[in-house]
Design a protein around this ligand. Structure first.
Ligand code: ZN
Length: 298
């Protein structure tokens, strides 16, 4: 099971969140037909949403959304407080050759546009609070840089974000995936910040240490070096969708009598695919008849 931990260092002036998410990204590859570049892009965004979610309280759903003009056109990644993640890219087959550093050209695939963070709360209590929406222009499109820029600009929290997805040529195609978020809280000492920046600059790649079996604690130590880490909590993370046959039926019901009748009479049934997880839902003629009966009686 993938795991995320959070904690502090340097007398609670540094916050660290670290996650290993190899299985989660494997699930993404299994569910969506994604090019390698799209897998890296969506994997990084999902991990970023999990890390960001661990720093926030009182939300039901936290979404990172990119709307952009590159071949991938857009990414949506959603995190829930229980560690469930789901997401998609708009053009799953968009792919680019490796960039000059021999890495996935996620920035090229994303292009220019806007990076959004959307936080929704109150569903469970029926409050329907207006969602919080923050946005910044996409910087490099490499996701980690964009999340760090968002945190500095929009939430005034200087942060370092490392996100990595390493693929291999044989199933299940994901060799390693994970990330670390380091945040400087009020009172953070310049000297400590410089030490951490220096440690990160000289650290091995996240995905190579995850591939060697590192867990989230090891990732926290990787960025903190000699600085002591105080773990405050951990949670499992996984790819999990909230769609269901019942929700597919209620979506069809919301289309109204005319559309449902034409699905029944012309199409002899209905099929829907969930955009978040690619699950297929078949709605039979009998179920469509039931929906029509309910609509007629409402
Ligand atoms: Zn779904």
């Amino acid at each position: 099971m993938d795991k995320l931990i959070h904690g502090t260092a340097a007398n609670d002036t540094i916050r660290v969140v670290a996650a290993v998410a190899t299985k989660t990204v494997e699930e993404v590859v299994t569910r969506h037909e994604l090019s390698p570049t799209a897998t890296a892009a969506l994997g990084r965004t999902l991990i970023g949403s999990a890390l960001l979610g661990a720093t926030q309280k009182d939300f039901d759903r936290l979404t990172i959304k990119l709307e952009s003009d590159g071949p991938i056109r857009g990414i949506v990644a959603e995190a829930r407080p229980n560690g469930a993640l789901r997401g998609y890219v708009k053009e799953p087959l968009a792919d680019l050759p490796a960039n000059g550093n021999g890495k996935f050209d996620v920035g090229g695939a994303v292009g220019n546009g806007t990076f959004f963070v959307i936080r929704e709360s109150g569903f469970e209590l029926g409050l329907h609070n207006a969602p919080y929406v923050g946005s910044v222009p996409i910087q490099t499109g490499e996701i980690g840089d964009d999340l760090a820029f968002y945190l500095a600009r929009s939430e005034q929290i200087p942060s370092a974000v490392l996100l990595g997805v390493l693929l291999k040529n044989t199933p299940p195609f994901v060799a390693a995936a994970g990330g670390v978020l380091v945040q400087m809280l009020p009172g953070a000492n310049e000297h400590i910040i410089t030490m951490i920046e220096d440690t990160i600059a000289h650290a091995p790649h996240l995905t190579s240490v995850i591939g060697d079996g590192a867990g989230p604690e090891d990732l926290a130590h990787l960025v903190l070096g000699e600085i002591e880490f105080k773990k405050l909590g951990e949670r499992d993370v996984r790819f999990e969708c909230t769609c269901s046959q019942e929700k597919a039926i209620s979506m069809i019901e919301a289309l109204g009598v005319d559309d449902v009748r034409s699905m029944l009479e012309e199409d002899k049934g209905a099929a829907m695919t969930c955009g978040f997880c690619s699950a297929n839902f078949q709605v039979s003629e009998a179920e469509l008849s039931n929906i029509l009966d309910r609509l007629a009686n409402s």
